[in-house]
Write a protein that binds this ligand. Structure first.
Ligand code: DGP
Length: 149
């Protein structure tokens, strides 16, 4: 399940070894390498080899390989860095500076200063708003799922 590299994509270049990348893991479908601008040392990015921009673009057969590698690296980062936990995240378009899908795996320690660093709390106006949003997402997920079958 491969998609051709995108000419000017830095992560495609890292995958192809045309650009330096501190690789920590690779297999047939995925690569993992150190983030150049880590939140903390040991911050790893896990990517599919093929050029898919966002999680929505990832073909279904690639979901397991990508998240299996993300899980492996979560364990490896915690153990190698003697971290207390990890933060695992994907930016899709908004706040995404490299448009080649990547899962951030960041080592975490209690009181490491990251708490709440990008999650402002925006409560629902009232129960009605929460319920209407719940229903909209539920219906859309059901529609998308039925189109898959
Ligand atoms: P995001 O903002 O979610 O798209 O994260 C992109 C990350 O990629 C960001 O933390 C910095 C990192 N990054 C950008 N350019 C390079 C590069 O050339 N090499 C490596 N290893 N990481 C890079």
């Amino acid at each position: 399940m491969d998609k051709p590299a995108s000419g000017n994509c830095i992560f495609c270049k890292i995958v192809a070894r045309d650009a330096p990348g501190s690789l920590v893991y690779e297999d047939e479908e995925t690569v993992a390498f150190l983030d150049l601008q880590p939140l903390f040392p040991g911050h790893v990015l896990v990517s599919p080899r093929g050029h898919y921009e966002t999680l929505s673009d990832l073909p279904a057969p690639m979901i397991e390989p990508l998240f299996a590698t993300a899980q492996l690296l979560t364990k490896a980062v915690e153990a190698a860095l003697k971290a207390e936990g990890t933060f695992v995240a994907i930016n899709n378009r908004v706040s995404q500076s490299v448009p080649h899908l990547h899962v951030h795996v960041v080592p975490r320690r209690r009181k490491d200063g990251l708490k709440g660093f990008f999650w402002p709390k925006n409560p629902y106006r009232d129960d009605e708003e929460r319920e209407s949003i719940r229903v909209a997402i539920e219906q859309t997920a059901r529609d998308l799922k039925s189109r898959e079958l």
